[in-house]
Design a protein around this ligand. Structure first.
Ligand code: HEC
Ligand code: HEC
Ligand code: HEC
Length: 431
């Protein structure tokens, strides 16, 4: 039996609302973003799927509907998965080779994202402890089974996903994983290639100066799109230029004050969120929906007009203070099949700064917002922070919430709160 599923049905039948109490004061918002960002659930070949961005080398779970797992929506009613204690099945014999396959399986976890083992597997990360001598600890198999099934029953603050309790692995698969991790023992491991081990790995230096227009294609792309958008008329004949003469480049200092509370829409917004409804109200139509290229490029051009200026968001109003609190709560809120929070990968106390597989995890304190929107070389596209947020939650087994949702705006505000007084430097440049 899958404990989580049964608990969930119980919670739903009982009508238990687990949404945070603070949420009652959050205004309603209907997404005005492009369809892929609003991500409706539709039926395809007799299956419910979620429509998401059609770009890049999307992994196998590209349109998987994860609706049985918690999201970051303020209306979420699915409870956090309860901690589960189980017994190891007695009738299955653990198989080291099968366990190794599961341990490496990209479709499943992979465990190698966070743990180093004796085999030369690429890429291994070091978010969790090294397992190269795990077998030498001589833990009982039953105990190790419980660890993998749901580590929270041993360490209540553990952020290792509850692999069994979430249904990500079956009991039989966990028995094989136990056999594999128990096989990790012996003398210190000597690696031929130092890059295999995160401790001795070469750390990539990045892509050069992001503000050099010959280096970062996003600069010319945004300037061109913004120039086009500034002249594009809405149904009422008005253009951005009718009211903001001189183009995006004239909006000096504007971006340094966002995200902010916008009275007209009764919510916190980033520039991306604001442009669509603002165009609708001033020009008669939302000609620039959130997460569309026109929107992201125009936002980038508006931000470029504040390059080098210090971020200066006015956090003093009660609305902003409440939003910041909710944003912080979201940052620590565990969601998805993995039961992960942003904080698990982006704070120093947890995985932040370490390697998740071959990728170095950015830290909240860096800060993480000032170079957004950012050009991604692997997609040859500019992404705003919301696409990045949505992307980060996908491997967690969480359905998208709309990119222009209040939840994400307030989460972005929390990230931005670490950047006050620091200079804006969009567009970023990265992979
Ligand atoms: C997101 C990172 C992450 C992933 C992925 C991950 N782990 Fe872990 N794991 C951890 C962390 C962090 C710990 C430290 C223990 C804690 O959190 O209490 C840990 C601890 C462990 C331990 C105990 C180690 C010790 O020395 O006590 C085992 C065994 C283990 N993990 C196995 C696995 C297996 C098997 C998988 C794949 C199904 C896996 N882990 C995937 C993060 C991860
Ligand atoms: C009919 C006039 C009108 C049109 C058309 C118009 N705007 Fe505005 N815009 C305004 C006014 C007035 C404000 C100030 C509103 C406020 O602060 O709430 C504003 C505010 C803004 C801001 C925020 C400025 C700040 O200081 O924070 C941005 C960014 C912006 N507009 C961009 C655009 C873009 C891009 C377009 C075209 C897609 C556009 N506007 C079309 C009138 C207009
Ligand atoms: C399982 C780990 C994991 C979780 C959980 C996670 N992220 Fe990420 N995040 C990553 C990785 C990996 C990267 C990309 C690092 C790189 O550039 O190679 C990243 C990058 C980012 C970036 C871009 C940083 C930069 O410097 O360009 C932002 C912003 C971000 N994450 C926000 C979030 C938010 C908000 C959440 C919670 C909704 C979240 N992440 C949850 C792993 C995670």
């Amino acid at each position: 039996m899958n404990h989580w599923t049964s608990w969930r049905s119980f919670a739903l039948i009982a009508g238990v609302a687990f949404a945070a109490a603070a949420c009652s004061s959050v205004p309603e918002w209907t997404s005005q973003s492009i369809k892929e960002s609003a991500a409706p659930i539709v039926e395809k070949d007799g299956k419910q799927v979620q429509i998401r961005y059609n770009e890049g080398p999307y992994s196998p779970y590209a349109d998987t509907n994860w609706s049985k797992y918690r999201t970051l929506s303020y209306k979420e009613s699915i409870p956090a998965p309860p901690v589960v204690k189980v017994e190891m099945p007695k009738d299955i014999k653990g198989d080291v080779a099968k366990g190794k396959k599961l341990f490496e399986s990209r479709a499943k976890a992979p465990c190698t994202g966070c743990h180093v083992v004796r085999d030369d597997i690429w890429p291994m990360g070091d978010v969790g402890p090294s397992l190269v001598k795990f077998g030498d600890k001589k833990f009982k198999d039953e105990f190790v089974y419980q660890m993998i099934y749901d580590m929270r029953s041993i360490n209540k603050d553990s952020f290792m996903p509850p692999w069994g309790a979430s249904g990500a692995f079956t009991p039989e698969e966990i028995v094989h994983l136990v056999a594999y991790v128990q096989s990790q023992k012996g003398p210190p491991v000597k690696r031929k290639d130092p890059n295999i081990d995160p401790a001795t790995r070469y750390v990539s230096e990045g892509f050069g100066d992001n503000l050099d227009p010959t280096n970062n294609p996003a600069i010319a792309m945004s300037e061109a799109t913004a120039a086009k958008m500034w002249k594009k008329a809405g149904p009422n004949g008005k253009t951005c230029d009718s009211c903001h003469a001189g183009g995006a480049a004239k909006m000096t200092g504007v971006a340094a004050k966002w995200p902010r509370f916008v009275k007209t829409y009764n919510r916190v917004m980033a520039i991306e969120d604001f442009l669509g409804p603002h165009a609708k109200d001033t020009m008669g139509e939302n000609i620039i929906p959130a997460q569309g290229n026109d929107n992201i490029h125009t936002t980038t051009a508006i931000k470029m007009a504040s390059t080098g200026m210090a971020q200066n968001i006015d956090m003093s109003s009660p609305e902003m203070k409440e939003a910041l609190e909710r944003g912080k709560t979201s940052f620590y809120n565990r969601v998805g099949q993995r039961n992960h929070a942003c904080a698990d990968c982006h704070t120093e106390e947890r995985g932040g700064g370490k390697f998740l597989g071959g990728r170095k995890l950015p830290l909240l304190a860096m800060p993480m917002n000032l170079h957004f929107p950012t050009y991604r070389t692997n997609f040859a596209k500019i992404w705003d922070m919301r696409k990045r947020f949505q992307w980060c939650t996908l491997p967690l087994g969480m359905n998208f919430i709309p990119g222009d949702s209040i939840e994400y705006a307030e989460l972005e505000l929390y990230l931005a709160s670490f950047a006050q007084g620091k200079p804006l430097r969009a567009p970023g440049l990265g992979h």
